[in-house]
Design a protein around this ligand. Structure first.
Ligand code: GLU
Ligand code: MG
Length: 428
């Protein structure tokens, strides 16, 4: 992998500018870092049709054909520069997608999330405070014996975890935990919550740095929802709470049902109300639905549970006896998400459903246990039947997304579950 003597050759830094697209792959373009000042102003041209680059690479459908141009605009607030010894640096920016007139492009996932966060602010005055907890498999350890949560499991991965935590911190993402998870070769990384858009940016940065560090160790990782239909899944759980305009936590209220403030309860009730349809965006692949099966610590109903890891929405338990800490600790975990979901669209879907809950003053029905959809096809049909989804995502993006995802499952129709899992594990 490393060219002997490369360090003595003349090298020129390359910077990558990209966006997490409909398939949740981080795609974009790269160029000499010396050109960055100009690119920050003008952006980098991209064919609109590339929106339809599928999870597996090829474009299955396109509504754009070969014409048009949109622009990746690097966001200076989402810059990552992590040097690696004897290797190229990880140097990238997350970008917005703009039209030639400089307007946000209707298909820009970051813009969809900004709109959702703005709807939350208008409706409640609140800011979202969130983080994505990500599970993945790391090939740098043996699959057998299986070492769930063992110190030996942590030890065996060697320096991978330490280098990862160092890389995250250099990228401005605060690591919270790194551990050997339940499944063979499975690990989990969690990071501190961040406000609004930054939470989804950090999900992208974290995922890329997990890959970046594994690559430097000559190993592969996979965030695919499930590698074997009978195995253990990789979830991407979204933890959230709210801050008021002054930064004070406002989800916790020990006097109210579920220990949740009224606004928090209405928000969660909105999520539960819309959950089967939200799956089309948060459990965004064919394999996602093999993860959402009984006895996997993964949800199968649109339900809520206090400290219950089988529930779709888990009210996370409080830690410690100091009540002054409780309000800032209290959070809710949305567990019906995996890494095939675009983090911006997934978070936007959750927030918009929550905002609908606040508007309609929905209440949590603890006895409601509607089944989650059993397939991507079912979930997409439910999303299509949700009138509000047109406002949440915009008519154009919603139509494009349905087309895109239907092409994805149609392309896999002749394959069995194991082969489908294998294909996803290769590309996520
Ligand atoms: N691996 C489980 C999932 O697919 C979650 C296990 C856990 O609670 O950490 O969601
Ligand atoms: Mg976990």
């Amino acid at each position: 992998m490393i060219l002997t003597g490369a360090s003595s050759m003349q090298r020129e830094p390359i910077v990558f500018v990209g966006t997490s697209d409909l398939s949740a792959h981080f795609r974009g373009k790269s160029f000499p870092a010396a050109d960055l000042p100009v690119k920050l102003q003008r952006g980098i041209g991209k064919a609109p049709t590339n929106l339809y680059l599928g999870a597996f690479g090829p474009i299955q459908v396109t509504t754009f054909g070969t014409v048009g141009e949109v622009f990746l605009m690097p966001d200076p607030a989402a810059r990552v520069l992590v040097p690696f010894e004897a290797s190229a640096s990880e140097y990238f920016f997350i970008a917005d997608l703009r039209t030639a007139d400089g307007e946000p492009w209707n298909f820009c996932p970051r813009q969809v999330l900004r709109r959702a966060l703005e709807a939350l602010r208008r409706e409640s005055g609140l800011q979202l405070y969130a983080t994505f907890e990500q599970e993945f498999t790391y090939d740098g350890v043996p699959a057998h014996p299986w070492r769930p949560y063992e110190l030996e499991g942590l030890r065996r991965q060697g320096l991978f975890g330490e280098v990862l935590l160092g890389a995250l911190r250099q990228a401005g993402v605060v690591p919270d935990s790194f551990l050997a998870e339940y499944g063979p070769r499975q690990f989990e990384v969690t990071t501190a919550p961040a406000i609004g858009l930054r939470a989804a940016d950090e999900a992208v940065i974290t995922r890329e740095l997990v890959r970046a560090v594994a690559y430097r160790f000559g190993q592969a990782v996979s965030f695919a929802p499930i590698a074997d239909p009978n195995g253990v899944g990789n979830g991407t759980h979204i933890h959230f709470s709210f801050l008021d305009a002054d930064g004070h936590p406002v989800l916790f209220d020990p006097q109210r049902p579920w220990q949740m403030s009224d606004v928090g309860r209405h928000f969660v009730a909105g999520i539960l109300h819309h959950l089967p349809a939200l799956c089309a965006v948060t459990a965004a692949s064919v394999a996602s639905y093999y993860r959402l099966r009984p006895n996997r610590w993964a949800p199968v109903h649109a339900d809520i549970g206090s400290a219950d890891r089988a529930a779709a929405v888990r009210v996370a338990p409080l830690n410690g006896v100091d009540p002054t800490q409780h309000a800032s600790q209290f959070n809710v975990e949305f567990r019906v998400c995996d890494a095939t979901a675009n983090p911006y669209l997934a978070l936007a879907a959750v927030v918009q459903a929550g905002v609908d809950g606040i508007r309609a003053r929905r209440e949590i029905d603890p006895n409601s246990r509607r089944a989650l959809p059993g397939s991507l096809a079912q979930a997409l049909a439910l999303l299509q039947q949700t009138p509000l989804a047109t406002d949440w995502f915009g008519a154009e993006l919603l139509a494009g997304y349905l087309l895109f995802k239907r092409a994805e499952y149609q392309a896999l129709e002749s394959l069995d579950e194991s082969e489908i899992c294998r294909r996803y594990a290769e590309v996520y």
